[in-house]
Design a protein around this ligand. Structure first.
Ligand SMILES: Cc1cc2nc3c(=O)[nH]c(=O)nc-3n(C[C@H](O)[C@H](O)[C@H](O)COP(=O)(O)OP(=O)(O)OC[C@H]3O[C@@H](n4cnc5c(N)ncnc54)[C@H](O)[C@@H]3O)c2cc1C
Length: 389
């Protein structure tokens, strides 16, 4: 998406080198803009286990020229059952992939970030640069850093995640906890029987997921209630075992293998913030979790950050000199309705007792697969998928 002939390359300051920041920087560099990414940490690194890349996110990665060949594990099936093993639905991930033209893939975060960084000019990332302020100047915007340094640009993209500083500056509301958290990570098992089959189990007071992530790696998550003031138990494994033992043989095998070390980075509290009518201001906009933190229920957060990248590239490619703020507002408006729908669905309560879940089990697997496919298509700006790679 190169700028139109009458557009000029922009000096773009990206705050945050997560998947959102790196993907938008990669895309805008390809489009001929002058992009620098500022990251507060000493190096770019991916925290956490694996993420699901759905066909909507995969389409953007393809546009960005990021090869995902051989990364992680493609999935054919997602089985959803109750905590006693009663079938709720079986999603046909292979059919979703066929209809949407890209696989459903579980990818360790470090691999996704490494693929995004392949061929990315390292000098375009400034680590140890914690941004603390943004001000307007007569020629654009200025980003200020903790060490009293600054950088001048035409626009600032706040891709600084869940507790975004840039969101504070544009007057966005803080993300709020949903009351749940995930104890989550990647473990390596001696063998994984059904490598293409992911499993979700829904219980009265918690849920679990076991998703193959490539080779002998398995992504596990155990969702339990969480509240502000939560005190992490000294022995979290006992909490997890007492909540989930006996749900299934597969889950019991994982529980027997898990160690407290595997749970060390957990729990990850779930957050959501209301998506504002206009999440940007002047030459400042937001992207990824900074714009729309949502619970991981639909595994869409990363995919939505990638879609932000696609739409923002389009907005800036159409932008003429002087229309920058209008282009950014167009990007925000174009994304808002779709991302709101995703965030709303992702925020529905999953955990329920068997009696409440029984009606859901009456819907056919085909219908549920079709519904999810239609939903993903509806929220993914598909007309923008077919742009040059
Ligand atoms: C338990 C859990 C499971 C999930 N599973 C999935 C999944 O399966 N699929 C999926 O699509 N999504 C999933 N998500 C969501 C996904 O992790 C996020 O949506 C995604 O990482 C957001 O990327 P981001 O780049 O916007 O933010 P981040 O990855 O948070 O990156 C923000 C970056 O900004 C930096 N930063 C912050 N403040 C500053 C500052 N002031 N100055 C400079 N740098 C700064 C940070 O250090 C960080 O590197 C999950 C989330 C959770 C909690």
């Amino acid at each position: 998406m190169p700028p139109k002939p009458n557009a000029r390359p922009l000096r773009v300051l990206v705050v945050g080198a997560g998947v959102g920041g790196i993907s938008v920087a990669r895309g805008l560099l390809q489009d001929g803009h002058d992009v620098t990414v500022y990251e507060q940490r000493p190096q770019v690194r991916a925290a956490g286990g694996a993420v699901t890349i759905w066909p909507n996110g995969a389409a953007v990665l393809r546009q960005l020229g990021v090869s995902m060949d051989g990364a992680g594990q493609t999935l054919s099936t997602v089985r959803v059952v109750t905590s006693t093993g009663r079938r709720l639905t079986t999603l046909d991930a292979a059919a979703i992939a066929d209809r949407m033209g890209a696989p459903v893939r579980m990818v360790p975060r470090r691999i996704l970030l490494a693929r995004l960084l392949a061929g990315f000019p390292a000098e375009r990332i400034r680590c140890n640069s914690r941004a603390v302020g943004v001000t307007s100047t007569p020629t654009g915007v200025q980003l200020e850093f903790e060490d009293d340094g600054w950088a001048d640009g035409d626009l600032v993209i706040g891709a600084d995640g869940l507790h975004s500083m840039v969101r504070d500056i544009v007057g966005g509301r803080d993300a709020e906890p949903t009351g749940w958290c995930s104890w989550q990570g990647l473990i390596t098992l001696p063998e994984i029987a059904d490598k293409q089959v992911a499993m979700v189990m829904v219980g009265d007071h918690g849920n679990l997921g076991l998703w193959p992530a490539g080779g002998r790696d398995l992504q596990f998550w155990f969702d339990l209630p969480w509240s502000v003031g939560f005190v992490r138990p000294k022995d979290p494994l006992s909490l997890i075992r007492s909540s989930f033992t006996g749900w299934s043989d597969r889950a019991d095998r994982v529980l027997a293998t898990l160690t407290d070390d595997d749970l060390a980075p957990s729990p990850y509290p779930h957050f959501r913030h209301p998506i504002p009518r206009s999440p940007g201001l002047g030459a400042v906009t937001l992207l990824g979790d900074a714009a729309h933190t949502m619970p991981p229920t639909l595994a869409q957060g990363t995919n939505q950050a990638l879609l932000d990248t696609m739409v923002l590239r389009k907005a800036l490619s159409d932008c003429r000199t002087g229309d920058l703020a209008a282009a950014l507002r167009w990007y925000e408006k174009t994304r808002r309705r779709k991302v709101r729908a995703v965030s709303w669905v992702a925020s529905r309560q999953v955990s329920h007792g068997e009696a409440v879940l029984r009606p859901a089990a009456m819907l056919s697997d085909r219908f549920m697969t079709w519904t999810l496919t239609m939903f993903l298509r509806a929220v993914s700006h598909r007309r923008m998928w077919a742009t040059r790679e």
